[in-house]
Write a protein that binds this ligand. Structure first.
Ligand code: HEM
Length: 401
């Protein structure tokens, strides 16, 4: 933060600070309430005969994380507000991109911050670990809220962590905030609603999904023909088996019943229509109106990746500090519990990662009709698009659309 008034380099600056402070009514420390923040490092080991130097780092690191969690939640909430509209203005899409990008930069910082705490040795940690028990990051309300607001569902969590009451049981405010964060539409819910409105999915319009299915069928038929022409029986059978496997994989997206079964098992999260929207955007990302939506989907994956990286760095640090056979101060199995949170069940946007499974070579991608090409090029003519400009929005609110 650039602040001309708080930089007291010598008397002049201090005097200047006083003058400015009098004018604007507040100084750097007051504005930032540093008295509260900087007096919040209460080292429990220092009340003992053997103060532990590294407890200071331990406290400051956790506090820094919590501040950044707060900022991320602030951004996620604002993005959810922007998404929670029937029609998203193009200017809002830019703002959403900017804020998502900011979140990824903060998460990068949080991932990179772990090695700083790893400069503390396990022996040093042991010196003060008993003081902090039963406190644990497991009780980080903000971390849980963040997971819920992004879209981690209770039923996808490791069983040990499916019930808040044994962690936050006596804290009614925390329980209420957690319940609200579960009930309100998560970022994932809102993104799905937006994807469902992707222009080009309309059955009576471009009907992307039918065209895509036809392309896949054509591709597999051609591959089958090639396989049948193989001279070697072994190679032929191998190729045909491979094609059958591909067919089964495509069935999981073309047969709505199979899709629903995967959703019920928690292996797929997106609604059928949202999945189609995401697929369409990834195929036609070079079209001007899909460029921002495509970037947005990339950023959502980045967020998932970075949180998984943080979980991974944290679990490695935990193993280094307490090994893999000690319980955590929060009462879990420690390392074993944390390792299980690295699974795909904790990835909110897993379906975006898995889109690559269903890609087809460029020349099989269904060609855009002239009308569709026009829709994806000029925002003003895109009457069914979710990304509309100001003028169109007014028209929409006037009932013209
Ligand atoms: C010496 C360093 C650390 C150790 C040994 C440690 C240990 C643990 C353990 C064992 C758990 C599992 C829950 C339990 O306590 O039973 C846990 C959970 C957690 N810790 Fe740490 N931790 C450390 C640093 C941090 C830091 C710097 C943060 C930053 C905020 C943090 C945040 C969390 C969170 C959010 C959880 C819950 C994760 C989940 O349930 O998915 N921890 N930690």
């Amino acid at each position: 933060m650039s602040c001309p008034i708080g930089n007291s380099n010598g008397q002049d600056a201090a005097q200047q600070g006083e003058v400015l402070g009098a004018e604007v009514g507040m100084l750097y420390g007051e504005y930032l309430q540093l008295d509260k923040i900087l007096s919040s490092q209460r080292m429990l080991s220092h009340s003992d005969k053997h103060p532990v130097h590294d407890e200071h780092l331990f406290i400051v690191t956790h506090q820094a994380y919590e501040l950044w969690f707060k900022q991320i939640i602030f951004e996620v909430d604002s993005i959810r507000d922007l998404f929670d509209e029937e029609l998203i203005k193009e200017s809002n899409t830019l703002e959403i991109l900017k804020r998502l990008n900011r979140i990824t930069l903060i998460l990068n910082l949080l991932v990179d911050q772990v090695p700083i705490l790893e400069t503390m040795t396990p022996l040093d940690f042991m010196d003060f670990r008993d003081y902090l028990s039963p406190a644990s990051g497991f009780q980080s309300l903000q971390f849980r809220l963040l997971e819920n607001k992004l879209g981690v569902k209770t039923e996808h969590r490791v069983r040990y962590n499916q019930n808040y009451s044994h962690v936050f049981g006596t804290d009614a405010e925390a329980i209420e905030a957690l319940q609200r964060s579960e009930q309100d539409p998560s970022l994932s819910d809102l993104v799905q609603r937006w994807l469902e409105r992707t222009p080009g999915l309309e059955k009576d319009g471009f009907d992307f999904w039918d065209k895509f299915q036809a392309s896949v069928e054509k591709l597999l038929k051609e591959k089958e023909e090639q396989a049948n022409n193989e001279e070697s029986e072994y190679l032929k059978n191998y190729r045909l088996m491979d094609i059958q496997k591909r067919r089964d994989v495509y069935k999981t997206i073309f047969d709505p019943k199979v899709h629903e079964a995967l959703v019920a098992r928690g292996e797929r999260r997106f609604t059928y229509k949202a999945l189609q929207g995401a697929m369409m955007i990834s195929f036609y990302r070079d079209e001007p109106r899909f460029s921002q939506p495509h970037q947005l989907l990339q950023l959502l994956m980045d967020i998932d990746s970075l949180i998984t990286k943080w979980r991974y760095n944290h679990v490695i640090m935990v193993q280094r500090m307490i090994g893999s056979q000690q319980l955590g101060t929060g009462g879990s199995s420690g390392y074993q519990y944390l390792r299980s949170t690295l699974s795909d069940r904790y990835k909110v946007f897993i379906d975006l990662f898995n889109l690559s499974t269903f890609l087809i070579p460029r020349h099989y991608i269904p060609e855009l009709t002239l009308e569709m090409k026009n829709t994806l090029t000029h925002s003003k003519s895109a009457k069914t698009s979710e990304c509309i400009d100001e003028e169109e929005n007014n028209a929409a609110s006037n009932g013209l659309k």
